[in-house]
Design a protein around this ligand. Structure first.
Ligand SMILES: [Zn+2]
Length: 281
């Protein structure tokens, strides 16, 4: 287990002279390895090699987090490449990152993506969490589809913005979309064929269409053709409705997300907390 320190919890430690004396001995031992808290040898190796990832972690750390632990506990067959969330702990807020298995370059890009979620959260460009209004009336299948829809709504524009930032920082976000494409094609014929899952697919593919990618969306539409032949057309309709621009402020990102919610017919089904007013909309 590694230790790293930042300005937020140093003052509390300094309150005890004995602890300070102890740290004077311990700090040099950990000095070379202070930047990364991960139990995964691969993740630690990636940080040793990737200066741009170390730099990104250094930028994220001061965003009110005492620690950014990175756990590699998702399997390569998992639908999720990674996820992250802030967690309250006795010593302060921790930004908890979980990433998938894969090649070094893939995992490096997943970590960069998750760290940039912390940056966007700091800039308040997130959409917060959604509440399902009539959850009790839904079957287990539809509830799962609804949760997928909320996840896509909250991440759609954030992920597209993250891609552009990653590219500017010299990362390769297209690798993540290649992986996503393979997962979507593999799952195309096993998803439940309900109308809510159709909306889930429409939203997912619209969100993928606005990300940085090297492939044509037709490769995925073809895989869905047998049960959802209108998919490409429905994605295009959503795209035309919300317009081509991304967003760059707390307010514009929330408005854009609400427009997307309307475009996929979820207005009146799901509410989100407006980050500016703190009211549910
Ligand atoms: Zn994301």
């Amino acid at each position: 287990m590694e230790l790293w320190f930042n300005e937020r919890f140093r003052p509390a430690i300094y309150q005890s002279g004995a602890v300070v004396l102890g740290l004077l001995v311990i700090i040099p031992m950990f000095a070379a390895d202070q930047t990364i808290n991960s139990s995964s040898p691969q993740v630690r190796q990636i940080f040793v090699r990737s200066a741009k990832l170390r730099k990104l972690l250094d930028e994220v750390k001061p965003y009110g987090y005492v620690d950014v632990p990175i756990t590699q506990d998702l399997s390569s067959t998992d639908a999720s490449q990674g996820y992250s969330k802030p967690k309250s702990t006795p010593r302060g807020m921790v930004y908890d990152v979980h990433v998938s298995q894969g090649s070094d370059i893939f995992v490096e890009n997943v970590i960069a993506h998750e760290l940039l979620h912390a940056a966007l959260r700091h800039e308040r460009l997130g959409s917060g969490s959604g509440t399902i209004l009539r959850g009790r009336e839904l079957s287990a299948n539809d509830l799962a589809a609804m949760q997928g829809l909320i996840m896509s709504l909250t991440n759609c524009y954030q992920d597209a913005i993250i891609d552009r930032r990653m590219a500017k920082l010299g990362f390769n976000p297209q690798l993540l979309q290649d992986d996503e494409k393979s997962t979507l094609i593999a799952e195309a014929n096993v998803v439940p064929r309900t109308s809510l899952y159709k909306r889930d697919a429409t939203l997912m593919l619209y969100c993928l269409s606005i990300r940085l990618r090297k492939f044509e969306m037709d490769e995925i539409y073809t895989a869905y053709k047998s049960w959802y032949p209108e998919l490409a057309q429905d994605v295009q309709t959503v795209s035309n409705t919300v317009g081509p621009d991304l967003c760059d402020t707390e307010e514009s990102c929330f408005k854009k997300m609400l427009a997307l919610r309307k475009a996929v017919g979820l207005e009146g089904e799901v509410k989100f907390i407006n980050p500016t007013t703190n009211r549910k909309e």
